[in-house]
Design a protein around this ligand. Structure first.
Ligand code: NAD
Length: 541
């Protein structure tokens, strides 16, 4: 028996590889991409560590080449969802009592597998499934995911070290129990790192999980499961079920052992799930923890003192990387009249050099949007702009879905600060710019604060420190992640814990101790060393 007080290795952020021409990582990822693209894969449900066939089988295609079949995946029926719940609950006894350092070893091993032997595979699968450039795949599926796994292990240790005071004659201890039941994780299509972390963070804290990935990320979700397995995660700790989201969710929420949901996705789906939990509340053994990171309508506001090229570059990167499909993507911009024309012409100049196409050609900066529904939704918005009198297309506005779901980076300008595309999350490569008069800085800050229901990310560009201070105060509640002179995307685990409030989520900050605290239920233990034997207090005389 090793009774030493073991420490988690100190976490450092994974270095982002650059995939420059001639580099080994470039050769390796392109070869893996090619192999995965040609090979037909089958993704089964994963219940109690076993591959389980579902009733209905669906095909998987890359968004940039939707007629190409990558393979197929199985979908769960209600019985299989219940089996996944049972499998999680059966695994709970042993998993929740495993020493925390052993649990940490498994997830730290997963991090090293992704950093090494699985790096090309998880990146290539993400490039294919979600249509990401190699850089976007690298900062998501490799680096962010590795950071989640390594930093969370360290945060777990920090949480466990937190103990209460003990007066003489007693010893007080806080035990950090996992939740009593199972955790349901529901992940979005856009980040492989999020898909893995929603389950891994809860499991790291000793919980068992039923995971429902997005239908549009299954091709890379299978690599996430493969890594868990190779890292030695015991059977049944994380069970993966795909299929009808409503049926799966209703089945999960009907279980008395449902103890928490770790959700990332759109706002209205989350609100609907929350309502259902409320309706079922008296059936549960314990009050479920509800953690959801949801939509955004993220902004950039430039002060008249801002530098033109800095603002323009932040718009190009912040609004269009990964086709604007980051929850943090800039989608509304406020420019002062004095620099508006110059910023817009610099944006146009930069966008004119951008190439669009499949991720296998590394010269492409823009790939396809995720699916036909997203394509149609964004195209409808573009067509609306073309026909409306209070907005116009400044750049882009073209699209083609004959091979893949391609939409060119589109900049809309409007004189109406409440134009629909200034308010609603569109989740695509479309940004709307409103120009304000320079003497209306304070009014514009109020406008930024009151325009949308969301409060995820936002950025201010200014060389004037007083203006920055004013913005920090005026915009206090409209962004959970607020950037000074930087684009509003690209949060790094361990550096900028991520999440927003209002309709953007419960703001439990993924990749931080705050999030892990949601997956525990502390138990206080007081031990009295010498119990008293007489009930009298001195005041009784
Ligand atoms: P989505 O809402 O379509 O899907 C998210 C998940 O919910 C998927 O697993 C989906 O299958 C499931 N789902 C869909 N309908 C459901 C239903 N009726 N009942 C239960 N589950 C259901 O979102 P998406 O398109 O995959 O992802 C994009 C959204 O996610 C955007 O709104 C984006 O802002 C948000 N997002 C937020 C963050 C954040 O940290 N705040 C991060 C990533 C994505």
């Amino acid at each position: 028996m090793n009774n030493s007080n073991i420490s988690i290795p100190y976490p450092v952020n994974e270095t982002i590889l650059d995939y420059a021409p001639g580099s080994n990582e470039r050769k390796s990822v392109l070869k893996t991409y090619d192999d995965l693209y040609k090979k037909k894969s089958t993704v089964y449900l994963k219940i109690n560590g076993k591959e389980v066939k579902g009733d209905i089988i669906k095909t998987m295609s890359p968004p940039h080449d939707h007629k190409h079949i990558l393979g197929e995946y199985h979908t769960a029926n209600k019985d299989q969802v219940n089996q996944a719940i049972k499998s999680a609950l059966n695994a709970r006894e042993k998993w929740s009592h495993m020493h925390w350092t052993r649990r940490a070893s498994i997830f730290l091993k997963a991090a090293d597998l992704i950093a090494g032997p699985y790096r090309s595979k998880i990146n290539a699968a993400t490039m294919i499934a979600q249509s990401k450039t190699v850089h976007q795949a690298e900062i998501d599926a490799a680096c962010e995911y590795i950071d989640f796994l390594r930093f969370n292990a360290s945060y777990m240790q920090d949480i466990y070290q937190n103990q209460p005071e003990s007066s003489p004659g007693m010893w007080n201890q806080l035990h950090y129990r996992p939740l009593e039941g199972f955790v349901y994780s529901v992940s979005p299509f856009n980040f492989t790192a999020i898909s893995g972390n929603l389950s891994a963070s809860a499991a790291l804290m000793g919980n068992v999980v039923v995971w429902k990935p997005s239908d549009h990320q299954i091709f890379s979700a299978q690599v996430v499961m493969e890594v868990f397995e190779e890292a030695g995660l015991p059977n049944g700790v994380i069970n993966m079920v795909m299929g009808d989201p409503e049926m799966i969710t209703n089945t999960v929420l009907a279980s008395k052992d449902f103890a928490g949901i770790h959700y990332t996705g759109s706002t209205f789906v989350f609100q609907n799930i929350w309502k259902k939990i409320g309706e079922n509340i008296s059936n549960y053994k314990t009050y479920p923890k509800i953690v959801g990171e949801t939509g955004g309508k993220d902004f950039i506001i430039a002060h008249p003192s801002a530098k033109v090229n800095e603002v323009a570059t932040a718009i190009v990167r912040g609004a269009f990387e990964y086709q604007g499909q980051k929850c943090s993507a800039a989608s509304r911009v406020y420019l002062p009249k004095s620099i508006s024309e110059d910023v817009l012409s610099e944006v146009k100049k930069q966008l004119n050099t951008i190439k669009m196409g499949p991720p296998s050609d590394l010269k492409n900066y823009i790939n396809a949007v995720i699916h036909e529904e997203a394509f149609d939704r964004i195209v409808k918005s573009i067509e609306k702009v073309k026909s409306d009198s209070d907005a116009e297309i400044f750049h882009g506005g073209t699209y083609d879905k004959s091979v893949g779901y391609f939409i060119s980076p589109t900049v809309v300008t409007t004189l109406n600060p409440n134009y629909f595309s200034m308010e609603q999350e569109l989740f695509g490569p479309l940004v709307t710019v409103y120009t304000y008069s320079d003497d209306k800085w304070e009014e514009t800050l109020k406008l930024v604060d009151s325009t949308s229901i969301y409060a995820l990310t936002g950025a201010i560009f200014s060389e004037d420190r007083y203006a920055i201070d004013e913005a920090i105060i005026a915009l206090e509640n409209c962004a959970g992640n607020f950037y000074l002179n930087d684009k509003p995307t690209g949060a790094v685990v361990g550096q900028q814990p991520f999440g927003g409030a209002r309709a953007s989520g419960t703001n439990d900050k993924a990749g931080s101790m705050f999030n892990l605290l949601r997956w525990i239920s502390p138990r206080m233990i007081k031990e009295n060393f010498v119990p008293v034997t007489d009930y009298h207090y001195p005041f009784l005389g």
